[in-house]
Design a protein around this ligand. Structure first.
Ligand code: CO
Length: 303
């Protein structure tokens, strides 16, 4: 099965060749979605059946589950039941399998990428009642409020484990295309960066857990919200519809490719942070695009 769209945003790498790892990185960095018709690593049918059974059995796994691989912590589920242990083991295995695959498939990043969180998304995306800034069905680029990347890129690997229903996304033009145009039309950016940074420094001095964001992080958080708030962008930005069939997997830089999850239920996801110095085509990275355009305040740059 192939996605419903014969789009240029999507590159089918089901028959991948590990000697082309550099090209894989380049395609991703330039804003492509790399697609596999089936997950390119071991994921057992019994694990999948367990994940799918959770909602039906009325267990506690009703919301998104997150897994923090570096500390081996599962969040979003309480207790120490057998189900909890099983969920923990499945997420640990998934995260490890994706990570070892990525370190070969994207070999230029190996040893430099930072392992971030993984998640299980058991909720139907269509019709979720969420506040505007949390809505997944509006085109946006990702930025993490509590985990500043200081210019590092957000790479996400998804698997649709739904046995019968595709996961439907819209994706827009990559950052290096849309952002300069947007800034020419309407120069946007966080107005209070300086004050917020001072507050953050103060808060961290007295022991409050406030992340000290770089101007880059402030800009990306601002952009995430601005894109969701902009009816002009939501209505008029060019986009392609992608349908990820049951069992398929895909990876994309979600900080650079505007995306919206329109429908779908049951997906697994692993996030990696790729530092600027590990990128193979850094000139199209959001950090470099913002720096080149002089869109960040002069006071600070990515570390
Ligand atoms: Co997103």
């Amino acid at each position: 099965m192939t996605p419903a769209s014969g789009s240029s945003a999507l590159v089918d790498v089901t028959s991948y060749d590990l000697t082309r790892a550099l090209w894989h990185c380049d395609q991703l960095e330039c804003g492509k979605v790399l697609f596999f018709s089936h997950a390119p690593y071991d994921f057992s049918e019994s694990d999948r059946a367990f994940l799918l059974s959770q909602k039906q059995t009325g267990s506690r796994f009703h919301k998104n589950i997150s897994y923090r691989p570096t500390h081996d912590i599962l969040k979003g589920a309480d207790g120490n039941s057998a189900d909890h242990e099983r969920m923990h083991a499945i997420m640990r295995h998934f995260s490890g399998a994706v990570t070892s695959f990525i370190s070969q498939f994207l070999a230029p990043y190996a040893g430099k990428m930072k392992l971030d969180f993984a998640s299980f998304r058991p909720l139907e995306e269509q019709g979720r009642a969420l506040p505007l800034h949390k809505r997944n069905d509006l085109l946006h680029v990702d930025a993490f409020p509590s985990r500043p990347t200081h210019g590092g890129r957000i790479l996400r690997v998804f698997v649709n484990i739904n046995p019968s229903v595709g996961r439907v996304w819209n994706v827009g033009e990559p950052f290096h295309d849309f952002l300069p145009r947007l800034m020419q039309k309407k120069r946007i950016g966080p107005a209070t960066t300086g004050a917020r940074r001072t507050l953050a420094r103060l808060a961290s001095k007295i022991g409050l857990p406030v992340p000290d964001r770089s101007p880059y992080d402030e800009f990306m958080l601002f952009l995430h919200d601005w894109l969701k708030e902009s009816s002009d962008f939501q209505q008029n930005a060019s986009r392609q519809k992608l349908v990820f069939p049951p069992g398929s997997a895909w990876m994309v830089y979600t900080d650079g490719v505007p995306h919206a999850a329109m429908s779908g239920q049951y997906a697994l996801e692993q996030t990696f942070i790729i530092p600027v110095e590990a990128l193979v085509t850094p000139q199209v990275s959001p950090y470099r695009v913002l720096e080149e355009g002089n869109y960040l305040s002069k006071s600070g740059a990515a570390a």
